[in-house]
Structure formats: C-alpha cells, structure tokens
Design a protein around this ligand. Structure first.
Ligand SMILES: *Cc1c(COP(=O)(O)O)cnc(C)c1O
Length: 489
C-alpha cells in the first residue's frame, strides 16, 4: 500500500499497475467458475477484452449531456431498444442505469411521484413480498415510502398473490413481483399480482434484475417459463441487470416503463439555478460513457443465438446440480429454481430441521477447498441456506463442486457444532440499536471476532451464527459498524 496518504509525488505507471495487480491476489477469483456469487462468467473467448476496449474507447465521454455527446443517445437507444424488444411491449420506454439498485430506486421514485400527481397520494406505501430484494427497502428508506411486507408461501417461496392483493390500500403506489427472487431463485406469480394491482389502479414493478436476460433465452432453449415481462397486463415497469446474465461488466442495468407518461416521473429537471439547465434521467449526473459502450458491445458480440446457447448451458448445469443436491443426504433444495439460482439447506440427517451451524461449517470448508458459496441467514420462518449463482463458466465445474460438497459436508459433520454463547446472546438481545455507544458496539464486534479493523476471521461460522440470533435492527447496526471498521478512514 502507498505509505504516504498525501501523495507528495507521482509514481511510474508500471509500479502503480503492479500494485493494483498485487491487490487482486487476496480476492476471490472472478473467472474460472469457482465463485458462486457476485460474478457472471460467460466463459466466452474474447468477451472480457472486447468489454475492456469498448470501455476504454468511451471512458472520457460524459453521459450527462447527449447534445454534446450524441453517441451516448445512439448507444442508449440501441441498448434500451434491445431490452424493449426482448421484454417490453409496444410503447415501452426506458433508461440505462448503473445497476439493479439504481433501476429499483428510480422505479420507486417514479411510482411515488406518479401517485402524488395522478392519485394525490402523500403518504405512499410500497407492497412487497418478503423475498423482494433489499434494494426496495433501500429505495423506500431513501424516498420516504412505507414498505408493507407480505410473507411468501413457506413451501414454494413464491409470493402469495392473494395475500399481496389483500395488502393493497388506497395509499399503495407500487407492488413488486420478482422474476425470479434473488434469495431462492423462484418466479413469483407475476400475472396474478399484476392483475390485482391493475384492478386497483396501482403500478406493478417486475424485478427481473437477475432473470430478465436469461428467462427468455431459457424459453428459446426449450424450457418452460411463465410470462413475466411487460407483455403481462398490469405490469408497468421492469428492471433487468445487463451486468448479470447479459455478461456486461458491472455498472449496467435497464429500467423499462410501460409508456412515456410513466417514465416522465422518473426524470429530474432543474432550471432554477444560475448554472447549466439540468435534466437527469438517472440518480447520477456526470457519468462515464464507458459502461454504456461496453454493455452495448457485449450485447452485439453475443447476440440472440449466443445468449440462447449460454442459457442452455446454465440450465444444464442447474439440472445436474439440482439432481446431485437432491440425492445428498440431509440437503434440501428450496423451492423450484427458475433460472440459474439455487438455494439449499442442510440438516444433520435426512428429513431433519435445517442446521445453521452445520451449513456454515460447510460454507467454511468449501472456502478452504477454493469455492465460494453464499450464506443467507434465516428470516421470518424461512430457513438459512447456501446460495449459488450458476453461470456458463460454472457448468464445467458442477461435478467437481458436488464431489467437494460431499467431502466438505462429511468433514463439517465431524466438527464441533458452532453455537452462540447464551450469555452473549442475552446481552446482545437486550441492547437498543438506536442508543448503542461505541464501546458497546466494539465489545459485541470483538466478541464476534470482528473487532479492531483486523479484517475477517478465517472461519465465518461463529460470526454468522451470532448474527443470525440477533434481532434485525441490531443486526443492521452491527453490520454498519463492521463495514465502517473495514473502511476505516
Ligand atoms: C442483483 C439484484 C438486484 C440488485 O442489483 P445490484 O445490481 O446488485 O444493485 C435486485 N434484484 C434482484 C432480484 C437481483 O438479483
């Protein structure tokens, strides 16, 4: 690391680049198919190089002003046009954004402002299944909208359409369905939820952030996929992340609206200041043209046939993984995965209740064997699980993965069960997250093995078992404090 934060003199480019490359060595690998979260690897020759060159060609272009940089409008119309052709309906309009979170923020802002202007709603509510992505809660918190959470079906993990319909009120500005949900990878009953919303004049957003660029191609590859996009009556907006199953680099998503009248509420314009007249479709003002250019280039390079073949590889990997997991003693796959996402629980014996400690030992053992599977904690009666995102690059690894899961699980069963110190659990449960002082926070973090900015412990099981046992608000406070200790300046 540079030792002097004041940067008194410049350094040679080669030295700077060497330092960057060295920093990557501690990271999980982003290519090769052993990291089952966060990364999307098409495994296609030349794709990374193309994206990097396309980014470089547009890195200095400012996407803020398409009148000065007309290429930005040409590229954005092409990218949004491709998304509308695949997932839209006649008259649909959209915007290229920096990611799923920004698309969702803008969808909620659109609904809030539309409802204020058309229905006079001043105390807006957002109705969402308990499996809707956390980004909707972030949007609600940022935008002053009250989230109304509806539990999902505990067996299928799909949104409960009748219960969701019953949660709609005169203050509901938007209802959400996922295609599929991130947590369990299952498709919500989009048509039923959208119909209930339409019947009450409420907007309906389909979160196809992860599924939007794989589900239609799975259909083309011969799989059955229920309708979920803007062709479904009542769906008024849809988000799809191109940085997931379209394999663009990170910072690429599209938000589509049913029509221009809705999209208008997404925009922000300000002409009452002495600077240049501002109109921003997105949260960002100045933005690099590079992300848009690389997303466009990747879509052009892969093409429909390419995406169909890639979706087929993911589906085939998913079939093999599901068969292997379902045949493993004590493992239970959650729900009926619709695309490339799989979540499973682990019990001590076949038919037993999910065992969080065992599950987390398994995750730690897998990490030691060079795999990353993503732990998800329990919530509202839904079991803790390990989550895998399959991509074409992981397809060639499924057999090795299943072998190592068997080895790691056998080892995990022999380890001392992890449990929460009852005294600590009691102490922590009595803490008020609102009034916690720095000393109390430091004590709990230290107890969990996360203290003092020392970085993460080698094994996460003890930390996550403690976290799982804490009330939600306290969990959130401790997570914030922990991340604050990671970014310690
Ligand atoms: C990834 C994802 C999001 C959030 O997207 P980011 O790109 O991480 O901001 C929202 N919803 C679903 C279903 C997702 O998978």
């Amino acid at each position: 690391m540079p030792t002097d934060p004041a940067l008194p003199h410049g350094r040679p480019a080669a030295e700077v680049l060497a330092e960057l490359r060295a920093l990557r060595r501690a990271d999980a690998p982003t290519r090769g198919g052993r990291t089952f979260a966060y990364v999307y690897d098409a495994g296609l020759e030349g794709l990374d190089e193309l994206a990097a060159e396309a980014y470089t060609a547009f890195a200095t272009v400012n996407g803020l002003d398409p009148t000065v940089f007309p290429s930005v409008a040409r590229l954005e119309n092409a990218v949004v046009g491709a998304v509308a052709a695949l997932l839209g309906a006649p008259g649909a309009q959209g915007t290229f954004t920096s990611g799923g979170t920004e698309s969702i923020l803008l969808a909620v802002k659109t609904a809030r402002d539309h409802a204020r202007s058309v229905r006079g709603i001043t105390e807006p509510q957002l109705v969402l299944p308990s499996t809707a992505h956390a980004a909707f809660h972030k949007a609600a918190a940022y935008l002053g909208v009250e989230p109304v959470v509806v539990p999902v079906d505990p067996v299928t993990f799909r949104a409960d359409a009748p219960a969701t319909a019953a949660a709609l009120t005169d203050r509901t500005v938007l209802v959400v369905a996922s295609a599929p949900s991130y947590a369990h990878g299952v498709l919500d009953p989009v048509a039923e939820i959208a119909a209930a919303a339409a019947a009450r004049g409420v907007l309906c957003h389909v979160d196809a952030c992860i599924g939007g660029w794989i589900l239609p191609y799975l259909r083309r590859a011969g799989r059955e996929v229920e309708p979920f996009d803007l062709s479904v009556p009542g769906v008024t907006s849809l988000s799809v992340d191109l940085h997931k199953y379209a394999y663009a680099d990170k910072g690429a998503s599209v938000l589509l609206h049913r029509d221009a009248g809705l999209r208008r509420h997404q925009y922000f314009a300000h002409a009452r200041w002495p600077g240049y007249p501002v109109v921003n479709p997105t949260v960002q003002g100045t933005k690099s043209g590079g992300l848009l250019a690389q997303a466009w280039a990747v879509l052009q390079y892969v093409g429909e046939e390419g995406y169909t073949a890639l979706a087929g590889r993911v589906a085939e990997a998913s079939d093999r993984l599901l068969a292997g997991l379902r045949a493993s003693e004590g493992i239970r796959v959650l729900g009926e995965p619709a695309a490339g996402l799989v979540a499973f629980t682990v019990a001590r014996y076949e038919g037993g209740t999910p065992d969080l400690g065992l599950l987390l030992h398994l995750a730690d053992e897998m990490r030691e064997l060079g795999w990353y599977l993503q732990p998800q904690l329990s919530f509202d009666g839904l079991p803790p699980n390990l989550h895998l995102t399959l991509t074409p690059a992981t397809a060639g690894q499924v057999d090795a993965l299943l072998d190592d899961i068997a080895t790691a699980l056998a080892k995990a069963r022999t380890l001392e069960p992890v449990s929460v110190d009852p005294g600590l659990a009691e102490l922590a449960a009595g803490l008020d997250p609102e009034t916690l002082g720095p000393d109390e926070v430091a004590a709990v973090l230290a107890f969990a093995g996360l203290g003092g900015g020392a970085g993460l412990p080698g094994r996460m099981a003890p930390v996550l078992v403690l976290l799982d046992a804490l009330p939600g608000a306290l969990k959130e406070r401790l997570l914030s404090e922990f991340i604050g200790s990671v970014f310690r300046i």
